[in-house]
Design a protein. Structure first.
Length: 565
């Protein structure tokens, strides 16, 4: 159980960092340790879903609810996977079951809402032409995976009804660019579907008739499409007061002329009060102006107007994203994180994922800063000192930990913690703590002395000497550093007297990257060889007088790699 929980903690950490594959590895190990814990399957299901592996996510979710049938969250996981696998009926059953168990469960409530919206969209967009187009995309290796995403299918269906949205949607989802390259490629070959007017047209079976029609009109299929592009371009040049006002507002926003932008957006809303994204644009302006209250008012108005119109998941995701950005700017991290997640439920956008990670990181830093209190840190330090004097070193460690959380920049707190670890003979942990103390205060002489003692305890005499020497450079009369240095020098000269200690010292030395680099130096290799074969040769003695070579050899002797005498 202990190992399983350790793997779970590592998995949660990796998941929070967005390392989903690494998280899957940890949760899999947790399951191997304890295959009866439903939470492990739930967490791994979430990882698979984040990677778009919905079949694997569904299998884990099913196992989760099998082990824990009265847990609403498990049904939320199951419903999510079923939704993205386009199993809408099953997803609805799962979400409703979750809500029976926990009526306030937000994941199930949002999921059920998405299922209903998906059905509403699908009911208006399942004509034969659209299905035929989707089949073409399924049969092409470049786009086959896209069609498995219900969100992508919705966008294709939306284009069947409103082809004029093509450029807007491609900007929001670059996969559509690939889809239309496939469509147009097949169209030029005379075997694919394409856009005709405002609807998707069925392909003709009579290629000769299609070619004749093209000649009669003085153009083939590709020329016709080019003409439509030009027609659209000409149409866009015609005066449209709403578009003119919106574009002028956007241009003013880019130039950071915010008052002008607002005035143009207001003009656009006078012409079309139902275009909710203009309210969303106004929210962006107020956000730049640091008027967070007004920004929230505008995005809420956008969402209110949106409710009265046909669902558009990409646009809804944009509004949730804007709302999250406003919360983040006003340091309301919980609401920011909630709305980033809502946005991702509507549209799996990488920018939103990045912003979510940023919000979670800023929340953690904010909470750490808010927790800092040097006065309370001092109280915990004194309590730790009292426990240390009583010999309760684990208890002292807990108090020092709390003191560090309250004041993470006090080097002495890490030094105290290092001393407690030394008493417990946990030298690697002690070394980590004293290194942190010296990072915060490089002039901390007692810290250098303690570091030397720790290395000495680990039989790393060359490192111990370095630490004591650094302390003496700061304070040449430090008795702790002097005594420590002399003690280590004596051990190097006469040894410890036990074969086990010498072997341990040698192992530590050979694992040291610096010792490895010295031994790999061809000059040092040559000098060692010459010393062994011709120790009295004048040329060898001359080489030993080189300060660089002698310093490296002294380090090897201190490390126990070279023995003297």
């Amino acid at each position: 159980m202990e190992q399983a929980n350790q793997h779970k903690a590592e998995g949660n950490k990796a998941f929070s960092a967005g390392n989903f594959q690494e998280a899957i590895t940890h949760f899999t190990k947790a399951i191997e340790c304890n295959p009866n814990d439903h939470v492990f399957y739930s967490n791994r299901s979430a990882c698979y879903a984040s990677l778009g592996k919905y079949n694997e996510a569904l299998q884990d979710a099913k196992k989760c609810v099998e082990l824990k049938p009265d847990w609403a969250k498990g049904y939320g996981r199951k419903g999510l996977a079923e939704f993205y696998l386009q199993q809408l009926d099953d997803a609805e059953v799962s979400y409703r079951k979750g809500l029976e168990l926990e009526p306030t469960n937000e994941q199930c409530k949002e999921g059920l809402k998405r299922v209903q919206e998906a059905r509403n969209t699908a009911s208006t967009s399942t004509d034969a032409d659209t299905e035929e187009l989707l089949n073409k995309l399924r049969n092409n290796p470049k786009t086959a995976e896209y069609v498995k995403d219900p969100g992508f299918v919705k966008k294709i269906a939306m284009l069947a009804e409103k082809p004029d949205m093509i450029f807007t949607l491609i900007q929001a989802d670059p996969r559509l660019q690939d889809a239309f390259e496939v469509i147009f490629s097949e169209l030029q070959q005379g075997v694919g579907s394409g856009f005709s007017g405002s609807n998707l047209s069925k392909p003709t079976d009579d290629r000769h008739a299609q070619k004749s029609e093209g000649k009669a009109n003085g153009q083939n299929s590709s020329n016709k499409m080019e003409e439509e592009k030009k027609a659209n371009s000409q149409h866009s040049k015609q005066s449209d007061p709403f578009e003119d006002a919106k574009n002028a507002g956007n241009e003013a926003y880019r130039k950071r002329d915010f008052q002008t932008a607002l005035s143009y957006y207001d003009k656009a809303l006078e012409l079309n009060p139902n275009e909710y994204l203009i309210y969303n644009n106004k929210a962006a302006v107020y956000l730049e102006m640091k008027d967070f209250e007004k920004a929230q008012e505008m995005v809420d108005k956008a969402l209110e107007v949106y409710k009265e119109q046909k669902p558009d998941f990409v646009k809804l995701a944009k509004m949730y994203h804007r709302k999250a950005n406003i919360y983040l700017a006003s340091e309301d991290y919980d609401n920011a994180i909630e709305y980033y997640k809502k946005s991702l439920l509507e549209d799996n956008n990488q920018k939103v994922k990045d912003d979510l990670k940023k919000a979670e990181k800023e929340k953690k830093l904010f909470e750490e800063r808010r927790y800092i209190n040097p006065e309370l840190a001092e109280k915990h330090k004194e309590q730790g000192n009292q426990l240390f004097k009583k010999g309760d070193f684990p208890g002292a460690l807990k108090e020092y930990d709390e003191a560090i959380r309250r004041n993470p920049n006090d080097a002495k707190l890490y030094s105290n913690k290092a001393t407690s670890y030394m008493k417990l003979l946990e030298f690697p942990s002690a070394l980590k703590m004293i290194d942190k103390a010296l990072e915060l205060d490089p002039q901390f002489v007692k810290g250098w002395a303690k570091k030397g003692v720790i290395h000495e305890g680990m039989k790393e005499y060359h490192r111990a000497l370095e630490a004591f020497e650094k302390g003496l450079k700061i304070d040449p009369i430090s008795e702790e550093c002097k005594q420590g240095r002399d003690s280590v020098r004596m051990k190097i000269l006469i040894g410890t007297g036990t074969k086990e200690d010498d072997e341990e010292r040698f192992r530590h030395a050979m694992a040291d990257p610096e010792i490895q680099r010295i031994l790999a130096d061809p000059t040092i290799q040559n000098v060692i060889s010459e010393l062994q074969e011709r120790p009295t040769d004048p040329s060898v003695r001359k080489a030993l007088r080189d300060p660089t070579i002698s310093a490296k050899l002294e380090k090897l002797i201190a490390a126990g790699v070279i023995k003297t005498g």
